[in-house]
Design a protein around this ligand. Structure first.
Ligand code: COA
Length: 149
């Protein structure tokens, strides 16, 4: 588990003014561009600079932690872990997320476990055609993970 953040950051709810930078940060990391609405985001700031974002998406009763991005020069200082903890406190558990293979170890360290096969909430899965394109053409595996307690 992570020690508390070593960076001097504050966390706050996003405002409408944050929407352009939220979208830029999501796009710059090629994350899911759907449902990127400032109302659902928390912001990590260092001074007056936005250094991290993350949100809760709702799929019916399923809650998804999404759009987690930390500015490259601020990584490795606990900003991501602080955002995850704050989003968990805001949304409650169980909390699901979707990630690529390279991020599975990161979320495992934060207490998430992979959900496989039919246990994956259908509401979270991308449309069948998009899933086929991502997994067969781009050769990326989409992992769904959950933290239950
Ligand atoms: C993933 C991300 C949010 C982590 O943010 P962060 O602020 O650097 O994370 P933390 O500081 O809380 O944790 C850093 C620790 O996690 C480790 N870590 C970071 N990414 C990792 C990964 N993909 N797999 C395993 N460990 C990882 C670091 O090595 C570091 O370990 P240490 O504490 O032993 O030094 C950040 O790297 C990022 O923005 N990545 C690009 C966007 C992205 O992939 N978002 C996730 C979408 S599902």
């Amino acid at each position: 588990m992570y020690s508390p953040t070593s960076a001097e950051i504050t966390l706050r709810r996003a405002t409408e003014d944050d929407q352009p930078i939220i979208r830029r940060m999501v796009t710059s990391e090629c994350l899911n561009p759907r449902d990127v609405h400032w109302q659902n985001f928390l912001i990590a700031e260092s001074g007056d600079r936005i250094v991290g974002i993350g949100q809760i998406r709702l799929h019916g009763t399923i809650k998804e932690l999404g759009s987690l991005v930390v500015a490259p020069e601020m990584r490795g200082q606990g900003v991501g872990a602080a955002l995850v903890a704050a989003l968990e406190a805001r949304a409650g558990l169980p909390l699901y997320l979707m990630c690529g293979s390279h991020n599975v170890p990161y979320y495992t360290r934060l207490g998430y476990r992979e959900v496989l096969g039919d246990a994956r909430p259908a509401a979270m899965l991308p449309p069948r055609a998009l899933l086929w394109f991502v997994e067969r053409v781009l050769r990326l595996t989409i992992h769904i993970m959950v933290k239950e307690r």
